[in-house]
Write a protein that binds this ligand. Structure first.
Ligand SMILES: NC(=O)c1ccc[n+]([C@@H]2O[C@H](COP(=O)([O-])OP(=O)(O)OC[C@H]3O[C@@H](n4cnc5c(N)ncnc54)[C@H](O)[C@@H]3O)[C@@H](O)[C@H]2O)c1
Length: 405
């Protein structure tokens, strides 16, 4: 059986959220040929010669802590934000219901905001961090076995967490494993428990959120021991995508950026989560990371994020770039970007699943640096310029499978 005939799993942590449910709907609609492939990077002709799994070969499952369904979530994207055509939802309802059977209760450590947001909670509390990891890896193994999947790609699309506290976990995996046996599940960020669970079950893991995930030395060590694929973090879908495309222009024209101010407003559940000042810090950290490495100096940067419920899934970014040219002339660029947050992200989740499954089938393992163009704060990457990241993806994808990070 050729690679394209094998089925792969796309397991989303936070499957019932806006990004997760829109990606699930996307897989269903693409597999039935009900939608155009606009927004799906891997549908570009330049990838046509690669043996990427088609949507019909992708089986969707995930973890979720709110008592909601994939169908209810995409319906609310339609009713609140008018971003999904109702006929697409109607035609994919049987598939969404089938996928729902593979959405397992998640593990929740910080639930207050979710509960206030109105949904009930379906979460499992476990006595130790080690037990939580075991539970997660068992769910993944069951999913792989039940559907006879060649490989499972786990993608974190769950609510953003606050930055990990400084009383860090042990830096070596052997010590971390002992620490997790005697510590409560909240000894580690929940995103890190999911990353460990994925590695334990020999799955690939990608972090589409700014949460910690596998960004702890002991967890990366474990990933390398398990010889798995991994990459993160925080999907690059809007303002930061523009920054990574525009900042190199200032650098190569020798125009000096004095300040870059960005104000973002959004009204979806992600916006609600980000209205917690601690959680917001995680997002601001990943949003502000790229200018200095691209420009070679640190301009005055200010980024703000405000939750405005009436905007629902429509996120607007206003940016003002104050820059200096020849003879010290002061000039300005201003731009406004308004996008449907979830529909910018959902196709990228599908792209990441396809590219990761392809990488796995070629026998490559380790950190997937070539996926940096998909992330605001790419793991291990010194390169933040969008065009260079894009070239890296193209070159790597067409290169024989030998590279290991
Ligand atoms: N939309 C974008 O363009 C974009 C870009 C980059 C990053 N992201 C990130 O993607 C994530 C998802 O965004 P969203 O708009 O879908 O948010 P959302 O709130 O709609 O979805 C998150 C889902 O995760 C679930 N969840 C929370 N804690 C969980 C846990 N412990 N286990 C399992 N599930 C859990 C929530 O119940 C919710 O359904 C956020 O972290 C966001 O910052 C989104």
């Amino acid at each position: 059986m050729g690679n394209t005939e094998q089925r792969i799993g796309l397991w989303m942590v936070g499957a019932g959220g806006a990004v997760g449910s829109a990606a699930a709907l996307g897989v269903a609609a693409l597999s039935k040929d009900r939608i155009e492939k606009t927004g799906l990077v891997t549908a570009l002709p330049v990838f046509a010669d690669l043996d990427l799994p088609g949507a019909g070969r992708i089986v969707v499952g995930g973890h979720e802590v709110r008592a909601t369904t994939l169908l209810e979530s995409v319906q609310s994207l339609h009713s609140e934000s008018a971003v999904i055509p109702p006929e697409v939802i109607a035609s994919c309802t049987p598939e969404l219901k089938r996928m729902q059977r593979d959405v397992a209760p998640g593990i929740m450590l910080r639930g207050e905001k979710l509960v206030r947001a109105g949904a009930g909670v379906q979460s499992r509390s476990l006595p130790t961090a080690a037990a939580a990891v075991k539970r997660i890896s068992n769910d993944l193994r069951t999913f792989r076995r039940n559907h006879r999947l060649a490989h499972v790609v786990v993608i974190n699309v769950s609510s953003t967490e606050p930055p990990a506290s400084s009383q860090a976990a042990p830096p070596e995996y052997a010590k971390l494993a002992r620490f997790m046996q005697r510590s409560g599940a909240d000894a580690l960020p929940v995103s890190s428990l999911y990353a460990l669970g994925a590695f334990e079950a020999d799955c690939s893991y990608l972090n589409f959120t700014p949460s910690t995930g596998m960004r702890l030395p002991a967890i990366e060590q474990f990933a390398r021991q398990r010889d798995v694929l991994f990459m993160g973090r925080d999907g690059k879908t809007g303002e930061t995508l523009l920054k990574s495309a525009l900042a190199p222009m200032f650098a190569t024209r020798h125009l000096i950026v004095r300040s870059w101010v960005g104000h973002n407003v959004l009204g979806n559940r992600d916006g609600l989560a980000l209205s917690d000042p601690e959680v917001k810090r995680s997002k601001l950290d990943t949003k502000q990371i790229i200018l200095e490495p691209i420009l070679g100096y640190r301009p005055d940067t200010r980024t703000s994020i405000e939750y405005v419920p009436s905007l629902a899934d429509w996120k607007t970014a206003w940016d003002l770039v104050d820059f200096e040219g020849f003879l010290g002339a002061k000039m300005r660029l201003q731009f406004t970007w308004t996008g449907s947050d979830s529909l910018l992200a959902a196709p990228l989740v599908i792209d990441l699943a396809r590219l990761t499954a392809f990488e796995y089938s070629r026998g490559n393992r380790g950190r997937m640096d070539h996926l940096a163009c998909f992330f605001k704060d790419p793991d291990g990457a010194a390169e933040h310029r969008y065009y260079q990241q894009w070239q890296h993806l193209l070159e790597h994808a067409h290169r024989p499978a030998t590279t290991r990070a």
